[in-house]
Design a protein around this ligand. Structure first.
Ligand code: HEC
Length: 218
């Protein structure tokens, strides 16, 4: 088969299209490092429990799991609202009311950080992508038709200190949702250091053994 220039260009466009799409989507995300520190995760949990659960559930995060990020049982209690410690975190809005309000049930947030590409950064960027337009309508530049309102109130806040505080809240809640989607990640990270140290020592020892063996042979 003879490849004409046109088919070649068509083929290339077709092959490269997804990477271009990906690139433009990634550019829209804010350039930020989402933390892994326990205090950030705990602060983020408080944002989620006080604000996000008004609409969202986190059914795979059990209330007692919050103890893994530094909550004491008596700090969890106020959020239980009649549920058991062994149950998943439930939204305070029922599915019916959510449907009435938004025409949909807001998605569960337990695995959201994994469900979206670059999840934690995406969540952070989404929460801060609200802008007030000329006609006072609020739009989200990252997700233009999103049915979630500007829950932090970032688009209309003018006070710089408050804006910074909201950015910190978005950062913390993203750190918390990253933890929620992968609670063992930190363990793996610290385990990785030991594994590498072990491999370095092992390599060194094997090298010394080899040198000794060869010295004897020579
Ligand atoms: C007033 C109700 C409400 C509150 C409070 C709320 N959300 Fe939402 N959220 C929604 C709705 C509704 C959707 C569905 C949006 C859609 O798909 O159009 C949504 C969707 C999302 C999505 C998914 C977007 C996507 O890509 O599909 C994320 C992430 C999210 N919310 C994070 C949060 C976080 C984090 C908080 C707390 C800081 C929060 N939400 C608080 C109503 C809410």
């Amino acid at each position: 088969m003879k490849l004409t220039n046109a088919t070649l260009i068509l083929l290339l466009t077709f092959l490269l299209a997804p990477t271009q799409l990906l690139a433009s989507e990634q550019q829209a995300l804010r350039d930020v490092e989402i933390g892994h520190q326990p205090e950030e995760i705990k602060r983020g949990a408080l944002v989620a429990l006080n604000l996000c659960v008004l609409c969202h559930s986190l059914k795979y995060v059990k209330y007692h799991n919050l103890q893994e990020i530094g909550f004491l049982p008596n700090e969890i209690e106020p959020f239980l609202r009649g549920r058991e410690m062994s149950q998943g975190i439930l939204s305070s809005t029922t599915h019916e009311s959510a449907n009435d309000l938004f025409g949909m049930v807001p998605p569960d947030l337990s695995l959201m950080a994994k469900a979206r590409q670059n999840g934690p950064r995406y969540i952070y960027s989404l929460l801060l992508a609200y802008h007030e337009q000329e006609n006072s309508a609020i739009e989200n530049t990252l997700f233009p038709d999103v049915k979630m309102p500007d829950v932090l109130g970032y688009s209309v806040e003018e006070d710089e200190t408050m804006r910074l505080e909201m950015e910190q809240m978005a950062l913390d809640v993203s750190a918390f949702l990253a933890w929620a989607a992968d609670p063992r990640a930190e363990e793996r990270r610290s385990m990785g250091k030991y594994v590498i140290a072990y491999l370095v020592i092992l390599t060194l020892m094997l090298y010394l053994v080899k040198r000794k063996t060869w010295a004897r042979l020579g």
